[in-house]
Design a protein around this ligand. Structure first.
Ligand SMILES: *[C@@H]1O[C@H](CO)[C@@H](O)[C@H](O)[C@H]1NC(C)=O
Ligand SMILES: *[C@@H]1O[C@H](CO)[C@@H](O)[C@H](O)[C@H]1NC(C)=O
Length: 532
């Protein structure tokens, strides 16, 4: 039972909250002439002009195609209407539609045509099977105004609809994101943007999507730089072998053969989401390389995504500037969030049992012999488990990635949030609302400047991060006069800067288990362990 407690905790989706669209803006319509026709927008309640648009269309399980005409999402006639989400479980069916390749543009009112403004494209998280442009805190007005840029919050197909086309093709969701960038390249000049100044930013699976785009040569010319927040890099990409297994299992669940498009088209969204939910429940039992908590992923198909961007294959030459951040307690929501069979501390033996279940006995022995995850025989083993989860899934693989990136020609600034703003659902977890805890997703409100009733520390951090993003968008460097220096990563020292409360004298996160001799060498990441 104890083993399953943590495994099930980790199986809980990394992002799962109900949609909460912003209240409608005052009716004040705005039009902008684009090469695709007239864009209709509205003044957003938070101060920027807001344009919702359908950027691409797709037949079920086919590649999407960029629109040739500007249209409001979902046949709306009211420019203030927000797009429906992509189909997903855990939200009401009335909030989603299969025709969901929409985005929302936020344009500060003082950006005029010819301004050559930068564009920040936000890619939402949600384990590749949930999330949307209308999830809490993603109103881009404040971020757009503070960074003097256009903010575009995009949607892409989720779950089986985006990643498991029955005919065995791959990465439809990644192609959706590429089409969003192609669309933006065509239209941002009409809004005062410079199409050569596009920066990607995303959190969790959104950052994983950005890593997929960094690994896709065909996407390279579409953006100049990227910001990856809390990417669970340990998972790597899905291998073609695993993808084929997931695919055939899914095809059995929907009872349609790969070539029977009539059968596939006759399925209801409910049929598809139920089959997807069954597959996600069973996936880890089918193949242990399937990522816990994020079973469906972009695939290393060697066509669109041509490199794992990790230490299992020669790392390509790279050049783009990156910002790579984590939060201090990435895994606290999964470790502390499940109260089952009841709340309260986990006994000491749970550490080993849980680690065995997740990482196998060989890796567990090395972990237990190390000084990094001390288990107090009379204490709560959730404490070292939380540090282990954060190191293993997020922090250390991100640092390894940073070292590889700079060793091969790119630049990277690495950071860690030590102040956050509690995201919905984390607010039900006592340990996430406790002072000093910064749980997965608690960086979202901070970056967007959408924290409800912010404390002075939260407001100060929003101001700092937005100033750094503004500088990074404009000059590829997140430093500017008046801010503490953020030292770029080198191959030997990632210089991970603490953002918020400084817990060390120099404000740099202690390396501990993220030393290159430990994670990635003495103990393998999953992508190494399963040779993905
Ligand atoms: C925008 O870029 C164009 C082309 O490089 C340049 O001629 C123009 O002066 C720029 N405008 C501003 C406001 O910087
Ligand atoms: C958050 O992380 C810090 C630093 O590792 C740790 O001391 C603290 O116990 C963690 N809090 C939770 C709730 O996991």
């Amino acid at each position: 039972m104890v083993v399953f407690r943590v495994v099930l905790a980790l199986l809980a989706v990394l992002t799962c909250v109900t949609s909460a669209p912003r209240s409608a803006a005052p009716p004040q319509d705005i039009s902008v002439l684009t090469p695709l026709g007239t864009a209709q927008g509205t003044l957003d309640a938070d101060g920027a002009n807001r344009f919702a648009v359908r950027y691409a269309g797709a037949t079920r399980w086919q590649s999407s195609a960029v629109v040739t005409e500007w249209t409001l999402p979902n046949g709306a006639s009211d420019p203030a209407a927000l797009p429906l989400q992509c189909p997903q479980t855990s939200v009401d069916a009335s909030t989603f539609a299969e025709d969901c390749l929409s985005m929302i543009l936020y344009v500060p009112v003082d950006i005029a045509p010819g301004s050559n403004a930068s564009t920040l494209v936000w890619i939402h998280g949600g384990s590749f099977d949930s999330g949307s442009a209308t999830f809490p805190g993603l109103d881009g007005s404040n971020l757009a105004i503070a960074t003097e840029s256009i903010v575009a919050v995009i949607q892409y197909r989720l779950g089986a609809l985006g990643l498991l086309p029955p005919d065995g093709s791959t990465n439809l969701a990644v192609q959706d994101a590429i089409n969003a960038l192609i669309f933006l390249g065509q239209v941002v000049p009409s809004f005062g943007g410079d199409s050569s100044k596009i920066t990607l930013a995303g959190q969790s699976a959104g950052a994983g999507m950005i890593r997929s785009l960094l690994a896709a040569p065909s996407a390279s010319s579409l953006f100049q730089s990227a910001i990856l927040q809390s990417d669970p890099m340990d998972f790597g990409f899905t291998s073609l072998t695993t993808q084929a297994l997931l695919q055939s299992t899914f095809n059995d669940l929907i009872s349609c053969s790969p070539s029977d498009t009539a059968c596939q088209m006759s399925l209801t969204l409910d049929d598809i989401l139920s089959a997807q939910a069954t597959l996600e429940d069973e996936a880890l039992g089918l193949d242990p390389s399937v990522a816990i908590g994020e079973p469906l992923h972009p695939v290393l198909d060697h066509t669109l995504i041509t490199t794992p961007l990790d230490s299992t294959a020669p790392f390509p030459k790279v050049s783009k500037p990156l910002l790579l951040t984590n939060v201090r307690n990435e895994s606290a929501p999964t470790i502390y969030g499940v109260e089952f069979p009841g709340p309260g501390p986990f006994p000491a033996e749970d550490f080993e049992l849980s680690s065995d279940a997740l990482l196998g006995t060989a890796r567990t022995e090395i972990l237990m012999a190390s000084p990094f995850y001390p288990v107090d025989p009379n204490g709560d083993s959730r404490v070292p488990l939380q540090v282990l989860g954060t190191d293993y899934i997020w922090r250390c693989p991100t640092w390894t990635f940073a070292r590889n990136w700079v060793a091969n020609g790119g630049t990277a600034h690495v950071g860690m949030f030590t102040v956050g703003a509690t995201y919905p659902l984390n607010d039900g977890i006592d340990d996430c609302v406790a002072p000093g805890a910064v749980c997965h997703q608690d960086d979202i409100f901070i970056v967007f400047g959408t924290t409800p009733n912010p404390t002075p520390a939260q407001s100060a951090l929003t101001t700092e991060m937005q100033a750094r993003y503004k500088a990074f968008l404009a000059s590829a460097d997140p430093n500017e006069p008046g801010l503490d220096g953020w030292v770029p990563a080198t191959t030997t020292d990632v210089h991970a800067k603490e953002f918020g409360v400084l817990t060390t004298v120099d404000g740099e996160v202690p390396v501990l288990a993220c030393d290159p001799s430990f994670w990635g060498q003495a103990v393998q990441y999953d992508y190494q362990f399963f040779d993905l």
